[in-house]
Design a protein around this ligand. Sequence first.
Ligand SMILES: [Fe+2]
Length: 206
Amino acid sequence: MVLLSLAQSIQERDRVTYEHSRRVATYVQRLARYIGWNRSDARDLALAAMVHDLGKTWIANNILNKSAALSDIERREMERHPVIGARILIGCEVPSFFVEAVLYHHEAWDGHGYPTGLSGEDIPLSARLLTIADVYDVLTSQRPYKAPLSTYAARDRMLAGASSSFDPQLLDTFLHLLSETPNFVVPQHVCALSHQPVEAMAIVDM
Ligand SMILES: [Fe+2]
């Protein structure tokens, strides 16, 4: 399927984004199942998560891997990645479910996100779920420009943005899962697996 090929292209271009996408896929699939999505839909959402940052494969290395804060121009360039990713998916004639999840994964509940400034329930549910999983993993990951936060610190940071960045009800559910589910947190170091081709990394049905 074309989405797995695209995920493979992320793996070859940018290992950090690929590993991040795998963890986001796991979190969002668990969250979707918990709120009642069936296996097939939750698996599709996990596939969308695998390519949510696909557009970053077209962002220049000096911006993508920069260890200091981005300038305004660089930030605007980076913020093109949801649109670039969505365009690639449209070109591949992927169903609109995947295009929407990718296009809107940086929108914010109060409308301050990008690329369109959609707010509240106008943001597709798939993207609202993806945003929460994405931000949690970014906060708890090592990046060239920042140290990882602990689970507790990430939880506090997300609660601070509860009514501005996230669907508050979905955030509550995610934080409940995080605190109540044993082994919910996906390990950061999965290098042994990352050498396998994407097809071997089957997104398991939950
Ligand atoms: Fe992104």
